[in-house]
Design a protein around this ligand. Structure first.
Ligand code: PXL
Length: 281
């Protein structure tokens, strides 16, 4: 057996609500990929739908952790950043990428900051500017439509899109600097939903669509990103990995909708993990 690949996931720990590190760690591990964690903050819950959550900012811990790893000679095949707890962390994370980056490292940035046309609580337009800059130094970015609109300073438009609109967005996002773009929340009608992926080098654009499931659930972006990176680390192409991520995220949402647990507790990714893991046997 080949040596496992190793990913460093740079997100917060939200104790309850199944998002960020509490989904990245199990999902990436299920792909047969080692997942190290660089926590950005510790919260009692995520910030969407819970009142009075606690928030412990870990900005000051991040560089000492990275420096210790560096001193120990630890290397990473990929970095996956998500929810960053402060503006200062954006520059810090960029520096950490550069400390460990080689020609083979995959840096995937999810500019986690907004959804459904609105910034998450705690974030400002400075955070948007910082995230656009961080996206500029990534290999792969995976924004949703709201994050794309904020970073491109465009008006957010929900509802069905045309292929021309999606392509314009992908090209504009590519101009931020990353080599590959996966845009989520793409749909052409009322009963479809999926992602569009764009490889700047080949110019290839693929639409990876699924049947829409009614309702909105927290943490789906992190579940999607984790399924995607796990598959990429197991040598799937961008389009193949996006297909896997769309299918397994939708399957998790479908189970949650059946359970009726509501939007804020996250999605039931646990039940699809055995089949996800088998993809890489
Ligand atoms: O899933 C994105 C996310 C991650 N971490 C925290 C959040 C959110 C979305 O609201 O609040 C703390």
């Amino acid at each position: 057996m080949n040596q496992l690949k190793r990913v460093a996931a740079v997100h917060d720990i939200s104790g309850v609500g199944k998002c960020s590190l509490t989904v990245a760690l199990p999902i990436i591990s299920a792909a047969g990929v080692e997942c190290s964690v660089l926590p950005t903050a510790v919260l009692s819950t995520h910030t969407g739908g819970f009142e009075g959550f606690t928030f412990c900012d870990l900005t000051d811990e991040m560089m000492p952790i990275a420096e210790h790893w560096k001193k120990e000679g630890i290397t990473f095949d990929a970095f996956y950043s998500g929810y960053l707890g402060s503006l200062a962390q954006i520059d810090l994370v960029q520096n950490i990428f550069e400390m460990f980056r080689t020609s083979k490292t995959v840096v995937m940035v999810d500019p986690v900051m907004a959804d459904h046309g609105e910034l998450y609580s705690l974030f400002t337009l400075d955070h948007v500017k910082g995230m656009a800059k961080l996206c500029g130094c990534a290999d792969i970015i995976i924004p949703n439509r709201t994050e794309a609109a904020f970073m491109l300073e465009q008006e957010y438009k929900d509802g069905p899109m045309t292929e021309d609109e999606v392509e314009d967005l992908l090209y504009a996002l590519g101009r931020l600097g990353a080599k590959q773009v996966v845009l989520t929340g793409v749909h052409f009608g009322t009963d479809d939903l999926g992602a569009a992926c764009y490889d700047k080098k080949t110019g290839q654009i693929d639409y990876i669509m699924s049947k829409r499931i009614e309702g909105m659930y927290h943490g789906t972006g992190d579940v999607f990103g984790s399924f995607l990176l796990g598959a990429l680390m197991r040598e799937k192409s961008l389009a193949e990995a996006t297909r896997i991520a769309v299918d397994y995220t939708c399957a998790s949402i479908r189970l949650t909708a059946k359970d009726g647990t509501g939007p804020r507790m996250g999605v039931r990714f646990e039940s699809v993990m055995p089949n996800y893991g088998k993809l890489f046997d």
